[in-house]
Design a protein around this ligand. Structure first.
Ligand code: ZN
Length: 428
């Protein structure tokens, strides 16, 4: 039996060790928001990575939330393909856990055989299984010619830029697998950007001035920022409808590209005409669009609508797009990922899947967004591929099928051994 086959078989025969690692990760309540609570869980991963030969880089993104990047240098890194395995350590909120059948922060095997706990599907299962796969490769002496990077980032659930921070720190590779929840589908995704549109008047008028700003002979060109925002909302609805009619992307229901007026804040007191109004919008776009392009389309359309208004043309709305954290900035960006279905790495991942499951994997589009888009945005080809089902992620009684976790680890072991031993030139 060759070393890779031994490693793949050991994943199954030693699966209780994988579940124990998952249990340890689940025991740390890395809930986000409020976040700033992932240090202990990141230490678990950092220690594991160091124990199997990784150089570990750990840095603080926010106090209490460090990113971890482990690098396992390949034996011929200039010649062979490198790989990033990326996942997030934070988990969705639990709220009142009274409705949970099992305690959310204690991994429990249910009567149905599934594993229960917050984050098992999204996505401590993916992190634990990938790391265990790599550990088995190491313990069975499977050599990797290319560099292997393992990233455990913070903040994904709160739109925090943990993965962007790792990219900005300089980590690159020839391919990236984001092991977030995909039920073993190989997926691309659309993108999301939030933005604030603000209308502000340089003058604050008393409520008693309203008659002079709206009636014949008043002589004051004033405006309620709230009423002017209604025009902006109408313009956004027109654009949203045009997008729904004119744009489409395979794998998405028509009209998925929405512009949601999610939050509005405006006015100061009933005794004044509203001199400020801010609208928080959430915009969904397709995989073949960039958030930069979406910003231009919205600013252009809203700008033209404003230019046709006698007051707004002199006091145009101001835009503030995205942000690095919903908690700190009240803004986020998830770039889109257009899946390159011809990429040799995806072909190798599909082959690894087929050799374990004896069926072709589903290649489609995620109905949600993950950090995978950041790699595409940075020019690194990537795929979303992980265990767990979205219907259980973020849900009460989050659970995962332990057999799927084992299968995922086996597929990852085969894929890593294949891709990181493929020469950069041939790419086949
Ligand atoms: Zn996730």
């Amino acid at each position: 039996m060759d070393r890779l086959t031994e490693a793949v078989e050991a994943i199954a025969s030693r699966k209780e060790e994988l579940f124990a690692l998952l249990a340890e990760l689940v025991s740390h309540p890395t809930v986000s928001p409020p976040a700033r609570n992932s240090d202990a869980a990141q230490t678990v991963l950092a220690n594991r990575l160091a124990a199997i030969g990784f150089e570990v880089d750990r840095w603080t993104v926010y106090p209490g939330d460090d990113n971890i990047v482990g690098r396992l240098p390949g034996s011929a890194p200039a010649k062979a393909n490198s790989l990033i395995v990326n996942g997030h350590i934070d988990v969705a909120e639990v709220g009142d856990d009274a409705s949970w059948t099992y305690p959310p922060f204690s991994l429990t095997r249910g009567a149905d055989g599934r594993l229960y706990g917050r984050g098992v599907a999204d996505m401590k299962g993916g992190l634990a299984a990938s790391l265990f796969a790599i550990q088995m490769l190491r313990e069975h002496g499977v050599e990797l010619a290319g560099d292997l990077l393992f990233q455990s980032v913070i903040g994904e659930e709160a739109g925090e830029a943990g993965t962007l921070a790792a990219l900005e720190r300089g980590y690159q590779a020839d391919y990236a697998v984001v092991v977030d929840t995909s039920n073993l589908h190989m997926q691309g995704q659309g993108g999301v950007i939030t933005g604030w549109i603000t209308i502000e008047s340089p003058t604050t008028l008393h409520d008693g001035m309203r008659a002079r700003t709206i009636h014949a002979g008043g002589g004051v060109r004033g405006a309620s920022a709230i009423e002017k925002m209604a025009k902006i909302i109408t313009a956004l609805q027109e654009l949203e409808r045009d997008w729904a009619v004119m744009k489409a992307y395979p794998g998405f229901p028509a009209g998925s590209n929405t512009i949601n007026p999610a939050v509005i804040e405006g006015g100061r007191h009933a005794a004044f005409i509203a001199d400020r109004c801010a609208l928080w919008i959430t915009v969904h776009f397709y995989p073949n669009e960039s958030y930069e392009q979406i910003i231009r389309e919205i600013e252009d359309h809203v700008g033209r609508a404003a230019a046709a208004d006698l007051w707004l043309r002199d006091h145009p709305p101001v835009f503030r797009w995205g942000g690095r954290s919903m908690i700190e900035d009240r803004g986020e960006i998830f770039p889109s990922l257009e899946l390159d279905t011809k990429h040799p790495a995806l072909a190798q991942l599909q082959a690894a899947y087929e050799s374990e499951l004896h069926a072709a994997p589903v290649v489609d589009m995620s109905p949600t967004v993950t950090d995978a888009g950041w790699f595409a945005h940075a020019g690194i080809p990537a795929v979303l591929f992980g265990p767990g089902e979205l219907k259980y992620a973020h849900a009460v009684n989050e659970s995962i099928d332990p057999e799927q976790l084992v299968r995922f680890a086996q597929i990852m072991a085969r894929f890593i051994a294949s891709w990181c031993n493929t020469s950069k030139e041939e790419k086949e």
